[in-house]
Design a binder for this molecule. Structure first.
Ligand SMILES: [Zn+2]
Length: 243
């Protein structure tokens, strides 16, 4: 079955957020033929490259180069081809009016049915919360007929899904949606291993995928689910049947 009419837009605050939190889901959608577009807002030079900064004489330029190399490898493994690097400064990330217009245009260009980005609460990362608000605001503007942008007609309301934050309970996260990633988990694990700058997270997110796989089995009764990713959803499910 091909999902060539399905458009997904993923917005990642830093270089690797999308891999830890949605890499398996993205690879799964790509495998099914969906159009998956990714925006990486920053390389996470200041906030998410701690291991690299332990090296003597380290520079921001060098950290950025290193992180770009890691991301390229991960993109390749996950099969992600439509990607933009906006190269914003991080910690703290700021969004100008131009930046907002750029995101509105991106949403109108991709026409996503699904937007995946950071959820509204992340107790350990102010950038993630800022990005959540930024993307939500851009999605509101993208569906407003009065927001005229030449060549970018008004979009339809996308469903917005939030990544699972790093420490879920502290961030008040509830897994509204659990996606089975058993088929693409080997890709996710290989992509995670590209990020030497955040070695401490690799094992953590391997364990997390396994634990969420357990929850997927318990909640569905499907014993074939081994690994999973979870998301919050900003709007309720709307349909003509209970699913
Ligand atoms: Zn991040």
């Amino acid at each position: 079955m091909s999902d060539s009419n399905v458009n997904v837009l993923v917005v990642s605050a830093h270089a690797a957020d999308f891999v830890w939190r949605a890499g398996g889901t993205m690879a799964k959608y790509i495998k099914k033929g969906a159009n998956v577009s990714l925006v990486i807002l920053s390389y996470g030079v200041r906030g998410e490259s701690n291991d690299l900064w332990k090296e003597d004489g380290q520079t921001a330029e060098n950290v950025k180069k290193h992180r770009a190399g890691e991301v390229d490898k991960a993109l390749d493994i996950l099969g992600i081809k439509q990607v933009e690097f906006w190269d914003l400064d991080d910690y703290n990330m700021e969004f100008s009016a131009d930046c907002m217009e750029r995101m509105v245009k991106k949403i109108r260009e991709v026409k996503p049915q699904h937007i995946i980005t950071h959820g509204p609460k992340d107790a350990f990362n102010p950038d993630h919360e800022r990005v959540a608000k930024f993307v939500w605001e851009a999605s509101v503007l993208s569906i407003s007929n009065g927001v005229k942008l030449k060549g970018y007609p008004t979009a339809k309301q996308a469903r917005i899904f939030g990544f699972e934050p790093h420490q879920t309970e502290v961030s008040g996260f509830n897994p509204d949606v659990i996606i089975d990633i058993t088929e693409t988990y080997p890709q996710k694990e290989a992509a995670m291993k590209c990020f030497a700058a955040q070695k401490h997270l690799i094992e953590y997110y391997m364990d997390r995928a396994k634990m969420r796989g357990n929850h997927a089995r318990r909640c569905s009764g499907n014993s074939e689910y081994k690994y999973a990713e979870t998301f919050s959803r900003l709007y309720p499910y709307v349909g003509d049947a209970l699913v």
